[in-house]
Write a protein of this length. Structure first.
Length: 202
């Protein structure tokens, strides 16, 4: 974890000219929003960090498969969040002083999967942009999904709902093959590390 924090600490937005950080996340998922807030607070210690979620289309399939499509979804979401912010500023006219002293980031998170015909693995891409055009991006590692999740995804269900359904089954049926995997917590830990890494790439 320390190497991620070291890289992130060199980010220009740690300058004292910015008194606060505003992060627009292209998602309304409370798990993702909480992870983003935790990550930025870790990097920008002492700064006032606010996070808001907006609904942005990924521009890819509902369940991306493979790195190329998954990364494109994260790029599209972060760009959409940036464009929504720019549109709001045009509507607002002159910027207030509080806005000038605020650093803005835009985050796109896209979860995807790969399947080799016998097993399915989960991964995600994260893209962080700022208003100057800089982009940081990072990819999680992969981990094999339970066969029940794979069956649901291959049947047309998105990965998130499939995770949720298997989690519900685990509570009701102790012999399910999920083996007690807490998929929500695993997802949050992945996002936390990757967000810090993305910020530190500049």
């Amino acid at each position: 974890m320390e190497e991620y924090l070291y890289g992130a600490s060199k980010n220009i937005f740690l300058s004292s000219q910015f008194s606060s950080i505003t992060v627009t996340v292209a998602s309304l998922n409370p798990v993702k929003l909480a992870c983003v807030k935790k990550s930025f607070e870790k990097v920008f210690k002492g700064k006032d960090v606010s996070v808001r979620g907006v609904s942005i289309s990924s521009g890819v399939s509902d369940q991306p498969m493979g790195d190329e499509e998954t990364l494109q979804g994260a790029l599209n979401r972060s760009q959409g969040a940036l464009e929504k912010y720019r549109d709001s500023q045009l509507d607002a006219g002159d910027l207030p002083q509080a806005e000038i002293s605020t650093a803005h980031y835009f985050v796109g998170i896209e979860g995807g999967a790969t399947d080799d015909g016998t097993q399915m693995e989960c991964m995600a891409w994260i893209v962080v942009r700022d208003t100057s055009g800089r982009i940081g991006r990072a990819r999680t590692g992969t981990f094999q999904l339970p066969k029940k999740v794979r069956e649901l995804v291959l049947g047309g269900m998105e990965l998130g709902p499939a995770d949720d359904q298997v989690g519900s089954l685990r509570v009701l049926k102790l012999d399910t093959d999920t083996d007690g995997i807490d998929l929500h917590m695993t997802r949050c830990r992945h996002l936390f590390i990757l967000l810090i890494s993305s910020i530190g790439l500049w």
